[in-house]
Design a protein around this ligand. Structure first.
Ligand SMILES: Nc1nc2c(ncn2[C@@H]2O[C@H](COP(=O)(O)OP(=O)(O)OP(=O)(O)O)[C@@H](O)[C@H]2O)c(=O)[nH]1
Length: 390
């Protein structure tokens, strides 16, 4: 693999571990989402992590959002109370993760169900696939009953069939099928008809947990269809095969174009982000006061030995566009760069719109919202349709 990188002005803290994603590359800076017009902590959508003890809830949260290496999770202590973690950046990824201790007793009088299930977001129920999962499915049934039959919550339900690294492909399929059938039967028994329950096979030892979390988070992004449209327009005008809009810190993708995602492409793009951040940290010039390994000038092009190109560009402080294209399409590099510029402008407009809508909502002018939204979304789409075709 030849590295053809032109990785912008890289600035990183000294003493970084070589070969690992730097742990202090985090959502750590001075950004205040509320000040920028984003939702306040209490209004953010919630992702509730539930499941039996030792099913892997805390490990998932630490590995995906805090760069803990999977092996380190072996030493995690059991969670004894609800832990809230605020995930905020200046773009579209804004939510809270609530990590619940192993077994929740819904009938405990101190359990405030309205507070916990009242908002919108996602309920992730984690089931350890390496142990007998009958007790987990019983608790899941109780949880679904509690959340949906009684409080009619607007939470989506996501089941992570977790720790599948220990299972063969056949065993994974079998477990998936068994759990799916049991949950469908349970829902029927409970009289819950229109509950969307999604199932994912996950492990912290590969990219499956990031992929699953990407899909959960995407459901919480109201602008998702606009982002997907922008990506579709961008790739079709630029001869690109696949494009992902990544949250760089967590490496979850918040949107992709409409062609199907294959795991290998996703892993390749994740690895590219690691390479760029690692090289930035090791060789970057540390400008005064700037310790970010990802900045406005971060960009990289990697040429693989199978005539494929990986193309990464910074979109904003936390977002990167990572694309896969054939080598011959890259002959028109100027066109791709120009179209990226239009795409970036479109994303910024969608982002501004989001803040404008939040500000309008808080100043109680509900009638103004749809018109403003329509105008700005059209403007964002227009910015990218101006992209040149060839
Ligand atoms: N093999 C394997 N082990 C995992 C995986 N995820 C987590 N584990 C292990 O499972 C054990 C329990 O993980 P925790 O994250 O503490 O589980 P928890 O659900 O938060 O547990 P409580 O806090 O007691 O509710 C740890 O030893 C992890 O290393 C996985 O994907 N594969």
């Amino acid at each position: 693999m030849a590295f053809e990188g032109e990785s912008g002005s890289f600035a990183g803290p000294p003493g970084m571990n070589v070969g690992s994603f730097p742990k202090d590359f985090d959502y750590q800076d001075e950004y205040d989402p509320e000040a920028a017009g984003g939702p306040s902590a209490d209004n953010k959508p919630r992702i509730l992590l539930m499941g039996l003890r030792r099913s892997g809830k805390s490990s998932i949260q630490k590995v995906v959002f805090h760069k803990m290496s999977p092996n380190e999770t072996l030493f995690l202590e059991s969670t004894s109370k609800i832990i809230r973690d605020d995930i905020s950046n200046s773009s579209f990824v804004q939510f809270q993760i609530w990590d619940f201790p192993g077994q929740i007793n819904f009938f405990d009088p101190t359990f405030d169900s309205d507070l916990i299930f009242g908002g919108c977001g996602a309920l992730i129920f984690v089931i350890d696939a390496q142990t007998d999962f009958t007790p987990s499915l019983a608790i899941l049934k109780e949880t679904l009953k509690f959340v949906y039959a009684e409080s009619h919550s607007c939470m989506s339900c996501e089941v992570f069939i977790h720790k599948v690294d220990g299972l063969s492909d056949d065993a994974k399929m079998e477990v998936n099928q068994q759990m799916y059938q049991t949950v469908i039967d349970d829902l029927e028994e409970l009289g819950i008809k229109h509950l969307p329950v999604s199932f994912y096979l996950t492990s912290i030892y590969d990219h499956s947990i990031f992929e699953a979390f990407s899909k959960v988070v995407q459901k919480l992004i109201p602008q998702l269809s606009t982002l997907e449209n922008l990506l579709n327009i961008f790739i079709s005008n630029s001869g690109i095969e696949k494009a992902f809009l990544f949250d760089v810190v967590s490496k979850i993708y918040i949107a992709t174009d409409s062609s199907p995602v294959d795991m290998q492409s996703y892993e390749l793009c994740c690895d590219m982000i690691d390479v760029v951040i690692d090289i930035s940290c090791i060789y970057g010039d540390e400008e005064e006061g700037d310790t970010s390994a990802f900045d406005q000038q971060s960009q990289s092009v990697i040429k693989l030995n199978n005539a494929t190109i990986l193309y990464l560009r910074e979109v904003n402080k936390f977002l990167a566009l990572v694309c896969i294209l054939r080598e011959d399409s890259y002959d028109r590099q100027g066109l791709i760069d120009y179209n990226f510029h239009c795409f970036r402008k479109g994303i910024h407009q969608v982002f501004e719109l989001r803040n404008k809508m939040a500000a309008l909502a808080s100043s109680a002018a509900p009638n103004a919202l749809p018109a403003a939204a329509a105008d700005d979304e059209a403007a964002a789409a227009n910015a990218t349709t101006k992209a040149v075709t060839s």
